[in-house]
Every structure is written in structure tokens, then in C-alpha cells.
Design a protein around this ligand. Structure first.
Ligand SMILES: Nc1ncnc2c1ncn2[C@@H]1O[C@H](COP(=O)(O)OP(=O)(O)OP(=O)(O)O)[C@@H](O)[C@H]1O
Ligand SMILES: [Mg+2]
Length: 370
């Protein structure tokens, strides 16, 4: 059985083996050993049997040591810290669809964690009043952020606080969280009045303005949107450089998605008319919970590819009990140890996740002109 977190337990991330660490660093296990032997990187915890284990913070310290060494030797940098280089704009990715349960939260947290594991500096922003993303990070939004402490505090019209005041470090080194909670709904209620009173910036420019405050500290921002197209979602879209629309390939989901797309595009036209700028580097459909052996699903995916061409991601996220079981205990596949699952189930799910996340990473790299 998976371990269930007591409501007040704060989460910690497991340690990684030398093999996993080498893979995350993009080097071979023997090269990693050699780096330790030559004392070119910081030493880590070693078991009595001589096995090294790495916390994510250790891996990031190794990254920084290797980058510093490369710089000192006049070699190309960025191999171990693949994030922004001078002139690269912050990437803001929104996970969107107003179909509930299409996998926005699951996809966004796995992308955010994977990018953090690869050495990007990531900020996850939860703009869903249901706050599932915040819950996955080990918080209890209904207690921890009942009156304050969410992204709403930074976005609100009267007496907003700097976003730095609500951002929290997480148990993933390099991955921070701007929490969500029920109070986010206030923004929906207050916006009509603020529009009449012409409060600046207007709703659609507020997320971009707030993110600009901490822009230098991150490479990528991942926004988990609620299953509705409210003012806060539109504000997130206006701040976005990339949009991922999660789709489950079945008839009902696709029918509601097409409705969603029509609504989105007409709403976006309205806000564009009001002076919002909306230029995405990319918009992609991310097929989630795909069952490749299901005939009707295959047809649906083929249909989507025909309709949207390159806008449908090449890789698909498979339906997996490993993902839903992990979710039941508020965990992700990157947190859970492989030993907790049937091997093939785990491996299949992680492989699919990694392929999807690598494709997202390559879209980011492309936006940076690489
Ligand atoms: N690839 C997958 N395989 C199996 N289960 C999945 C997969 N992706 C998501 N799920 C499960 O489906 C449920 C809904 O996923 P999730 O919460 O990510 O959707 P959502 O779009 O964020 O929902 P909401 O609209 O309510 O915010 C969760 O229980 C999750 O564990
Ligand atoms: Mg969600």
C-alpha cells in the first residue's frame, strides 16, 4: 500500500540513487563516480556499503559546481543548468481546459517537477479555488490559506502584496509554489467593480505584472488553471508564452473542448480589443489518459491530429493506474519510489510522462531559439 500522508505531515522528497542522478545530470554513472573520485564535485551521503544517495539539493549543487568549472575553463556553459541565458524571456506555461478532470493539475505538477529535477528554476502557480495543486504540495488550503497566503493576495485590487510574500519553497529544491485556495474566487467577484472604477492594471494584465516582480528568479512558470474561463484564467493566459490544453480522447470531452475553444477565442478577442496582448510561442493539445489499444480512442486521436495538425503534441500521456493511485495519496510519480508499484506499471507510466515532459521542454528550448 502507498503511504498516506497525515494531514499535517510536511512532505519531503526522497533521495536519488547514483544511477538516477547521473541520468538527471545527463552523464554516465562512471563519469559521475570519476567526478567524485577526483573531488571535482561536492561529496554526498554514502551508506555503509559505499552507495551514494543524492538529495535534489545535492544534485543542484553538483550542477552549479560543474557549471562553475566549465566557465573557469572557458568551456560552453548551460549543459547542467539548461534554463534561461541572457536575453531569454521567462517562459510562462498555462495548463488549460474547462473540462473538469482532463488532467490539468496532474500534467502541470509533473511538468513542474520534471523541469526542477532537470535543473530549471520553476515557479508553480495555483489559480484554481479547488487548490488541488497546492494540496499535492502537502498543504491543506482550507486551513493553511483560508484568509491569506495565496496568489490572490498579490493579484487583488486593493492593497495587493508583493508576490514574493506568498511564494513558498517546496520540498523540491528549485521548485517554488504560489498557493491557491477558495479565496481566489474573490477576484472573480471584484473584477467587474474594478473595471468600472478603472483600477490599473486591469484584470488581464495583473498576472503578468505580478510575475514580472520575480521574473529574474525563475526560468519557467507553470500555471494550473481551474476548469472555467474566469477573469483569473484570462489574466494567466495574457501572461502566458505557452498554453497546453489537456484533452481526454473521448467524444464528450472533445465536444466540450470545441465549445471551450470557441468561447476562449471569442473572449480573447474581446480582451485583445481592450488592449491585452496575447502572443503565445506555442499552443499544444496534450492528449491525456490515452489507451492505445482502445479503437474509438485511436480514432479520436487521429481525428484530432487531422483537425489540429502540429498543434497536437507528438507524445501522449497514457492512462495509468500508477498515476491515479499516486494521486489518491497526494503524490506524484516523481516522488514515489519505483518499489511501491508493480514494475512494468511504474516504468510504463514514467516513460510516458518523461516523453511528454521532454516534448514540453523542447518547446521551451525552441522558444529560446535553441
Ligand atoms: N494519465 C492518467 N492516468 C490515470 N489517471 C489520471 C491520469 N491523469 C490524470 N489522472 C487522474 O484523473 C483525475 C483528474 O486529474 P486532474 O486532477 O489532473 O484533472 P484536472 O483537469 O486538473 O481536474 P479539474 O478540472 O478538477 O482541476 C485525478 O484523479 C488524476 O489522478
Ligand atoms: Mg485541477
Amino acid at each position: 500500500m502507498l503511504k498516506v500522508y497525515a494531514p499535517d505531515a510536511s512532505k519531503i522528497l526522497r533521495r536519488f540513487s547514483a544511477g538516477e542522478t547521473a541520468e538527471l545530470l545527463g552523464i554516465s554513472a562512471s563519469h559521475l563516480r570519476k567526478l567524485h573520485f577526483e573531488e571535482r564535485i561536492p561529496e554526498v551521503e554514502t551508506s555503509a556499503g559505499g552507495r551514494r544517495s543524492y538529495a535534489l539539493a545535492d544534485i543542484n549543487a553538483i550542477r552549479d559546481a560543474l557549471e562553475t568549472a566549465a566557465r573557469a575553463a572557458g568551456k560552453p556553459t548551460g549543459q547542467f543548468r539548461p534554463g534561461r541565458r541572457p536575453g531569454d524571456p521567462l517562459q510562462v506555461l498555462s495548463f488549460l481546459n474547462f473540462k473538469g478532470g482532463s488532467g490539468k493539475t496532474t500534467s502541470s505538477i509533473h511538468v513542474a517537477q520534471r523541469l526542477a529535477l532537470k535543473g530549471y528554476r520553476v515557479l508553480a502557480v495555483d489559480i484554481d479555488p479547488q487548490a488541488s495543486l497546492t494540496t499535492l504540495f502537502g498543504y491543506r488550503p482550507e486551513y493553511d490559506f483560508l484568509d491569506s497566503g495565496t496568489i490572490y493576495d498579490a493579484l487583488r485590487y486593493d492593497e495587493p502584496v508583493p508576490i514574493a510574500q506568498v511564494i513558498r519553497k517546496t520540498y523540491f529544491d528549485g521548485l517554488d509554489l504560489a498557493p491557491g485556495g477558495l479565496i481566489l474566487q474573490e477576484f472573480e467577484h471584484e473584477t467587474p467593480q474594478a473595471l468600472i472604477a478603472q483600477v490599473t492594471p486591469p484584470f488581464f494584465a495583473r498576472m503578468a505584472a505580478v510575475l514580472a516582480e520575480v521574473e529574474a528568479e525563475y526560468d519557467v512558470v507553470v500555471i494550473d488553471c481551474p476548469p472555467q474561463l474566469g477573469y483569473m484564467t484570462m489574466s494567466a493566459l495574457c501572461a502566458s508564452t505557452g498554453v497546453l490544453v489537456t484533452v481526454v480522447p473521448n467524444m464528450l470531452d472533445i465536444a466540450s473542448m470545441s465549445q471551450f475553444l470557441q468561447m476562449t477565442s471569442s473572449l480573447l478577442e474581446v480582451v485583445s480589443g481592450a488592449g491585452a496582448s496575447m502572443e503565445f510561442d506555442f499552443l499544444r493539445f496534450l492528449i491525456n489518459r490515452y489507451e492505445p489499444h482502445d479503437g474509438p480512442q485511436q480514432q479520436m486521436v487521429a481525428f484530432l491530429r487531422q483537425l489540429f495538425g502540429d498543434e497536437v503534441m507528438v507524445t501522449t500521456m497514457l492512462k495509468s493506474t500508477a498515476i491515479s493511485d499516486a494521486g489518491l495519496t497526494q503524490q506524484t510519480l516523481y516522488e514515489i519510489e519505483r518499489a511501491q508499484f508493480h514494475r512494468t506499471t511504474y516504468d510504463r507510466a514514467v516513460e510516458s510522462l518523461n516523453l511528454v515532459n521532454d516534448e514540453v521542454e523542447s518547446l521551451i528550448a525552441k522558444a529560446w531559439g535553441r
